[in-house]
Design a protein around this ligand. Structure first.
Ligand SMILES: Cc1ncc(COP(=O)(O)O)c(C=O)c1O
Length: 470
């Protein structure tokens, strides 16, 4: 059954609010202006606005017009999430979603893992082979925390590109970026403390918050400009925020990159309100520009930033090599890292150090970034052609993740279940929040070998969506 016109208009405006086109507290076009813009009657717009008021999306202010509802930021306690929404915890939801997609026949738009063709596997194979032949005793040696000196030297050299001047001793090698994030939060906060996170956020951060019994204030993000700093400031004024976790470059899942002013303001806020910034830069090297963006750590004037990253998105996720620059928390982080794992695999640390040293990394990055950019264009064109009217996508300027916003009537979990039956996997929006948001969104990984099969899968997804709209 076709929706009445006023409901379609309400859905469209609600979507624009979710997309951050109209920010919380901002004025939306007047009834008269909308009626002209959309070529519908004033009565229809009034009906749409009244529906949006009922939904709590906008609020009328006498004599002033209609305004987007301010977010009622509230720290959420992961232990108390409504069980009907996601089986009680983000961990169980993710396990269910990821388990359902563990099937080789599935076209994997889901996990944020590049296809192996985008990783320098052959070079690593040679390097590991050579190491095992020439230095077999490497298997018998612990590379105790803080990790291989030659790798830390190479990382310090690479970090010059993002504006950081570091010594190898400023760096601790970790088991991927996930471990770096976990160690950072353990060092900064204790159970019950409040952490500001992006919303939507990388689900691994949500899981860390869950296991450490922290509280999260989800700060809305816009696909263009990233985290809403007005709202972060409000949250910091209201609560004792211990840390804020941000991904300034190519955020997962929305792909936003913070501009220069936002970075400066964010650092200033961390100083003013006394919270630590935990910077997740795991997609930083995958910017489509020739020169990558600076890190927050590069402009860390007051030593309030902890920097976390890894080689999982660009070299080898299976090697589990990440690192953390802990700033004021370095000693504590190193201590915790040592207690938790004593050492990080010697073989994979050495192989990555050798790979970085031989200078092939930049060539490899240039090639993959170009392919991701081509895939993105193809993906967006297919979505524009085959998905229902009102579907929008983020505009990533790096990385390989696309955030898709569906018309308000399409539930991404329903779509997910139906898509799996057709062997198509993606990650529904619900996985990116602790507060059961983003029901009409999903994330799509486009670091795939793009062929007719991939084209067909995306078209099929669009078709399923069309059926759910009507
Ligand atoms: C934003 C973000 N941070 C951290 C990680 C974890 O990275 P790693 O595989 O190196 O632990 C991921 C993985 O998807 C991610 O997307």
């Amino acid at each position: 059954m076709e929706l009445p016109l006023y409901e379609k208009i309400a859905n469209l405006i609600e979507q624009q609010i979710q997309e951050g086109i109209f920010l919380p507290g901002s004025k939306i076009p007047s009834v008269r202006k909308s009626s002209k813009q959309m070529e519908v009657s004033v009565a229809t717009v009034l009906q749409a606005y009244s529906l949006l008021e009922d939904r709590g999306a906008i609020k009328a202010r006498p004599q002033k017009g209609y305004f987007v509802q301010e977010h009622r930021l509230q720290p959420s306690d992961p232990a108390k999430i409504a069980p009907t929404q996601n089986d009680g915890t983000i961990h169980t939801l993710l396990r269910r979603l990821l388990h359902a997609s563990q099937n080789n026949d599935i076209i994997q738009f889901g996990a944020a893992i590049p296809k192996s063709q985008f990783l320098p596997i052959r070079q690593l194979q040679r390097s590991v082979g050579r190491l095992m032949r020439l230095e077999p005793e490497i298997c018998a040696a612990y590379e105790f925390t803080p990790g291989s000196l030659s790798l830390r030297r190479q990382i310090a050299i690479r970090m010059l590109d993002n504006g950081c001047q570091l010594q190898p001793d400023d760096i601790t090698i970790t088991l991927g970026c996930q471990n770096a994030l976990m160690l950072s939060l353990q060092a900064v906060a204790k159970a019950g403390d409040t952490i500001a996170i992006e919303s939507p956020a990388y689900h691994g951060v949500l899981q860390v918050i869950e296991v450490l019994n922290l509280k999260a204030v989800e700060i809305p993000c816009c696909t263009e400009t990233g985290i809403n700093l007005d709202l972060l400031e409000e949250a910091a004024e209201e609560w004792d925020i211990k840390a804020c976790i941000v991904t300034p470059n190519n955020q997962n899942p929305i792909g936003a990159t913070l501009n220069y002013q936002a970075r400066k303001r964010l650092i200033k806020q961390s100083v003013t309100f006394g919270f630590t910034l935990i910077e997740d830069d795991v997609y930083g090297e995958l910017s489509y520009k020739d020169k990558r963006e600076r890190s927050l750590k590069a402009d860390d004037t007051h030593n309030t930033v902890i920097y976390c990253s890894s080689f999982s998105k660009s070299i080898a996720p299976g090697f589990r090599i990440g690192w953390v620059v802990g700033g004021p928390f370095q000693a504590k982080i190193e201590h915790y890292a040592y207690v938790q794992s004593l050492a990080i695999p010697t073989l994979t640390q050495t192989a990555i150090a050798n790979f970085l040293e031989n200078g092939a990394y930049d060539r490899h990055l240039r090639k993959t970034r170009q392919t991701y950019q081509d895939n993105l264009a193809r993906c967006q064109a297919l979505i524009a052609e085959h998905f229902p009217l009102g579907t929008t996508t983020s505009q990533p300027k790096g990385g390989f993740l696309l955030w898709v916003t569906l018309p308000g009537t399409v539930n991404a979990m329903t779509l997910h279940a139906q898509a799996l039956e057709k062997n198509i996997g993606f990650l529904p929006g619900l996985a990116f929040s602790l507060t059961a948001q983003f029901n009409h969104h999903f994330r799509l990984n486009y670091a795939l070998i793009w062929d007719n099969k991939t084209d067909a899968a995306l078209k099929e997804l669009g078709k399923l969506c069309q059926q759910l709209v009507s």
